[in-house]
Design a protein around this ligand. Structure first.
Ligand code: FES
Length: 93
């Protein structure tokens, strides 16, 4: 079962294989803010510290939003667009 670590607090949680990162962070009560939940507003941005290869490929909407924010550096993702496929560590922004 994939493990997600929230580096701000050191909390860890088990994720469903292919499960939504948004749902997991909400269920855990981790302080990541959400707005549109559609990959458009950029509110839910996090830095992926480890395991970026263990998240789903970016869809066009997320790619465009990160580009507009100047955060398309390969280390940032929008939680509302992420599915967990393996262990990842994320840091709030
Ligand atoms: S909540 Fe708007 S991009 Fe994720």
């Amino acid at each position: 079962m994939p493990k997600v670590t929230f580096t701000d607090t050191g909390d860890q949680a088990d994720a469903e294989e292919g499960g939504s990162l948004k749902d997991l962070t909400k269920n855990q009560g981790w302080p990541i803010a959400y707005g549109c939940e559609d990959g458009v507003c950029g509110t839910c941005i996090v830095e992926v510290k480890e395991g970026k290869e263990n998240l789903n490929e970016m869809e066009e909407v997320e790619d465009q939003t990160l580009d507009m924010m100047g955060m398309k550096d390969g280390n940032h993702r929008l939680c509302c667009q992420c599915k967990v496929k393996g262990d990842v560590s994320i840091k709030g922004m």
